[in-house]
Design a binder for this molecule. Structure first.
Ligand SMILES: [Cu+2]
Length: 129
């Protein structure tokens, strides 16, 4: 009985994961290949968990990079431009950061990656709900 219940739960949980697809950006950052995922899709006002995977030109995972997530909202009527920055912390093969978006609307994200004397930026824009 317990076993059957566990099996049902596992199926339900996997289905949930498959449905809730992360926001994902794959791009070059200088000589690095990076994959940035955000656990909210679309990203939301408040906390969003950001995961960055970095590979070098040969496709090898880079574990000793410095990764900074810079996020900003351009000025809008009645609002001065906003600029935030957070360090992503290495966890296993990836880097993790929490991005707190204080307002819905357009945000520009720049992920700055530095490793082995090289650096590169990955830029993309999101529309937070
Ligand atoms: Cu704004």
């Amino acid at each position: 009985m317990k076993k059957a219940l566990t099996a049902v739960l596992v199926v339900l949980l996997s289905a949930g994961v498959a449905l809730a697809k992360d926001y994902e950006v794959k791009k070059k950052a200088g000589e690095f290949d990076a994959v940035v995922t955000i656990d909210k899709n679309p990203p939301v006002t408040g906390d969003n968990n950001v995961t960055v995977q970095v590979k070098d030109a040969s496709g090898k995972v880079v574990k000793d990079a410095k990764v900074v997530v810079d996020y900003s909202m351009p000025a809008m009527p009645g609002m001065a431009p906003m600029n935030y920055k957070t360090d992503a912390v290495a966890k296993g093969d990836v880097y993790k950061a929490v991005m707190n978006l204080s307002m819905a609307g357009p945000w520009n994200i720049v992920v700055k990656i530095t490793a082995g004397g090289k650096s590169g930026n990955l830029k993309f824009a999101i529309d937070a709900k």
